[in-house]
Design a protein around this ligand. Structure first.
Ligand code: HEC
Length: 509
């Protein structure tokens, strides 16, 4: 029986009122929108309450913190309803009641009407919100104050994947690999004794379906977090916004090229680099191996948003490296001839596999430039390259080919499930997402919260997965790796061979 059927209450032991209070406490919001305003000091400017989440100062579980010399006290019902001495001013105070607690939050007054230290903001919240907040303070940090999807035995993780439609086989390969990755962890004893249970909802493979599947996972299935959802085509702003409003993290969405907004969605953690940075790393590789010669570059591109990312990256890095882009053509029957008339040393193709194969056929034979392309978008064309072209081709990849790196963990997981080695790139992405989630949940400690998980992920530095570049996140940085591995293709053994170590693009010289 799937574990989610055993847990009747998806959101732990809190009432709906207390759950809303918890969101105000942790994020200053209700359903993603600011609950009100807050100000610090007598004439402090009123800011959205989301800028002054209680948890930032008092801790996610009300354990208290030390913030820049200030020592906001622990908050729990027992302490609040007992006499106590201020950790900041040393003043004695009487027990709070629900009514005097509302005054502490709204006006910064203790039960005797004395001013609390000015480090405690004053909150302007609608009466209903204040009541929700105080209702939650009654349960803050107690045994029932658990996040959705978390029980003493399991953690429920969701993935929105195409299980129907043309991408169903791709979706199932991701589902199977995630399931195997989690099962392997459970066999090792789980994380603080908890297993990871996967719930998958069918997205059908399009943005509208992804949004609905994501909504079902969070609102109906009550998952704690998501991993390895497949983002169709150019990404999915709506489902990203939904996750942000619900405060639900998504680790390692599978996509051809993450497009990160400014500022990035704080809840979505991409693992693999975007095509912009892959293109920059490719130019660095070419410049490095040709130095001191300055090879001429040319581009044929298919005109999608992904291809524009590639061209932007190529041009930025070419100018940094002092290389010239002598031609840029839209993919068309006349493009190759037009580009060759400019006598480039490298022809960089950005488009799909069929386009790559077509361009390569036209290059076959002549004293042509070396062809370069991107595994993320054109992998299906690599096997179709004529031998003379393949022998000199360069391929930029978002991760190393699995057999050249420390991928034992990955292949052990596939072997345990007798999985075929089809959709290997997707299976690697799913394994990486599952592994990062496992490591981050473990480092978050036994008291698990979504905010705590986001904080842990945000601090990961040089995390090794065995199959990706080492991953690093920061506040404001939600793509874990930048750059590319440059590969060549051996047309005889039909395998990729790494021509470089991991190349992070240079920003300056
Ligand atoms: C910027 C940091 C900060 C934030 C944000 C903050 N507090 Fe405080 N809070 C403090 C400090 C500092 C004190 C200690 C004041 C004192 O002892 O005089 C305090 C005191 C309190 C007290 C009184 C505790 C006692 O024992 O007398 C309550 C209740 C309280 N905070 C609740 C909240 C709630 C609820 C929120 C969110 C709506 C919140 N605080 C947000 C810093 C903060």
């Amino acid at each position: 029986m799937p574990a989610f059927l055993e847990v009747s209450d998806a959101a732990g032991g809190l009432s709906p009122q207390q759950q809303r209070g918890r969101e105000i406490y942790r994020r200053g919001t209700v359903a993603g929108a600011s609950a009100g305003t807050a100000a610090i000091g007598a004439d402090g400017m009123a800011l959205p309450s989301s800028s002054f989440a209680c948890a930032n100062c008092h801790g996610i579980w009300g354990e208290g913190t030390r913030e820049g010399g200030l020592e906001p006290p622990p908050l729990n019902w027992k302490r609040l309803t007992s006499p106590a001495v201020s950790t900041v001013t040393g003043r004695r105070r009487a027990p709070y009641s629900p009514e005097t607690l509302q005054l502490a939050i709204a006006q910064g007054l203790d039960p005797a009407g004395m001013r609390l230290d000015a480090g405690m903001p004053r909150y302007d919240l609608p009466a209903e919100r204040l009541a929700e907040l105080v209702a939650y303070l009654e349960r803050l940090g107690d045994a029932d104050d658990t996040d959705p999807g978390v029980s003493s035995k399991s953690i429920r993780i969701g993935a929105a994947l195409p299980l129907s439609g043309p991408q169903a086989a791709a979706g199932m390969s991701i589902r199977d690999t995630l399931e195997l990755t989690f099962a392997a962890e459970s066999r090792r004893g789980g994380i603080y004794g908890r297993s990871l249970d996967l719930v998958v909802e069918d997205s059908g493979g399009d943005p509208a379906g992804l949004l609905e599947a994501t909504r079902r996972l969070v609102e109906r299935d009550g998952v704690f977090a998501l991993a390895a959802s497949l983002e169709p085509g150019g990404g999915s702003d709506d489902s990203g916004r939904l996750l942000e409003s619900l405060g639900t993290p998504l680790v390692g969405p599978v996509t051809l090229s993450p497009h990160q907004k400014e500022p990035p969605n704080p809840y979505i953690f991409y693992l693999l680099p975007n095509l912009f940075d892959q293109a920059r790393a490719l130019v660095d590789f070419i410049a490095g191996r040709e130095s001191p010669r300055r090879p001429k570059l040319a581009v044929i591109q298919a005109g999608t948003a992904l291809d524009r990312d590639v061209v932007d990256g190529l041009r930025q890095q070419a100018s940094l490296q002092g290389l010239s882009v002598v031609a840029e053509e839209h993919d068309s029957p006349a493009a190759v001839a037009a580009v060759l008339s400019k006598r480039p040393d490298y022809l960089i193709f950005s488009g799909d596999g069929a386009g790559l194969a077509r361009v390569a056929r036209q290059l076959d034979g002549g004293a042509s430039p070396a062809l370069a392309a991107f595994v993320s978008t054109a992998q299906s064309g690599v096997g179709l390259l004529p031998e003379t072209v393949a022998a000199r081709a360069l391929l930029a990849a978002p991760a190393f080919p699995p057999d050249t790196h420390q991928a034992e963990g990955f292949f052990a997981v596939l072997a345990a499930g007798n999985s075929p080695h089809t959709y290997l790139g997707l299976r690697m992405a799913a394994f990486a997402a599952g592994s990062v989630l496992i490591q981050a949940v473990r480092s978050s400690g036994s008291r698990l919260s979504r905010e705590g998980l986001v904080n842990t992920l945000e601090r990961l530095q040089h995390l090794e997965t065995g199959i990706t570049a080492p991953l690093t996140f920061r506040p404001g940085q939600r793509v874990g790796s930048a750059g590319a591995a440059i590969l060549t293709f051996d047309p005889v053994s039909r395998t990729f061979v790494a021509a470089s170590g991991w190349l992070a693009p240079k920003d300056q010289f």
